[in-house]
Design a protein around this ligand. Structure first.
Ligand SMILES: Cc1cc2nc3c(=O)[nH]c(=O)nc-3n(C[C@H](O)[C@H](O)[C@H](O)COP(=O)(O)O)c2cc1C
Length: 254
């Protein structure tokens, strides 16, 4: 994936690419603006985004630019605020799978989340298969050190309770071998959650299991042949609960 340069027939010398490039890779040389990549380009694509005449030449980005309507309207604060405030962590799900198209849309939301230095190394695993999910739950329980705790979880399982994933039909796992992804995954999952909400789905972070699986590496290896670190787990599906109001929250301390 590379930025190749500038189509000089299209370039109107507005210099926006020079101002926008975070690494300073665009310069004015004689009559033209040139791209020299002296600082390794991070492929953030801000040059592509800011160029009024679409003059930036790139290849193999595995995506095409999304052109904005003119005027470009974003949602109002009230709409977004309503979404943010009404979204709950869902722990009751219908026994109903989410269609593939909606799952793909959720993954698309992660795709467009910001990541540090634009290093797009996160990988996504979605566990839908019930046998695999049960295998995961049982492996987690088997790996618990305390016999007492283990027995308590096994009792829950006999009562058909899923103590970790709240019987959600899908488990989304973000993983990689890049430590920066510990932060990137948080943002990725936040985007995924908000996208899921607009598709009529509920979701919830599953933080405890994430830590446990990173500790008990043999489970990841055995079930998913995974050596990566897990940086985020989100369950999702159709909510089996209806809320009538958003609960109060304390103000952010200043
Ligand atoms: C980093 C993080 C980890 C979480 N881990 C779990 C978890 O393991 N299990 C769970 O049921 N909820 C988990 N949650 C959900 C929180 O408990 C929930 O966000 C909080 O109770 C507030 O509820 P709300 O999201 O509906 O506003 C987690 C949330 C975050 C942000």
């Amino acid at each position: 994936m590379v930025i190749k340069g500038i189509d000089i027939d299209r370039c109107n010398l507005c210099r926006e690419c020079i101002k926008e490039c975070p690494l300073g890779n665009f310069n004015k040389s004689n009559e033209d603006i040139i791209f020299d990549n002296s600082e390794n380009c991070i492929l953030c694509g801000h040059c592509i985004a800011v160029c009024q005449n679409n003059a930036i030449i790139y290849e193999d980005m595995k995506d095409v630019a999304f052109h904005f309507d003119d005027p470009f309207e974003i949602q109002s604060f009230d709409t977004i605020y309503k979404l943010l405030r009404s979204k709950r962590s869902i722990r009751q799900y219908k026994n109903q799978e989410v269609p593939k198209e909606k799952i793909e849309k959720i993954i698309e939301c992660i795709r467009y989340a910001p990541v540090g230095m634009n290093k797009r190394t996160l990988k996504c695993l979605i566990i839908t298969n019930e046998v695999k999910r049960n295998e995961l739950i049982d492996s987690i329980i088997d790996a618990i050190d305390s016999e007492e705790e283990k027995e308590e979880y096994r009792r829950k399982r006999r009562e058909k309770i899923d103590p970790f994933f709240h019987n959600a039909p899908h488990i989304l796992v973000l993983h990689s071998n890049n430590d920066w992804d510990s932060k990137n995954a948080i943002i990725g999952i936040t985007y995924a959650m908000l996208g899921a909400e607009t598709l009529g789905l509920g979701s919830c972070w599953i933080g405890g299991v994430q830590m446990f699986l990173n500790e008990k590496k043999q489970i990841k290896k055995k079930l998913f042949n995974m050596e990566d670190e897990i940086f985020g787990i989100m369950i999702f599906g159709y909510p089996a609960v209806k809320y009538f109001r958003a609960p109060p929250r304390p103000p952010i301390m200043t």
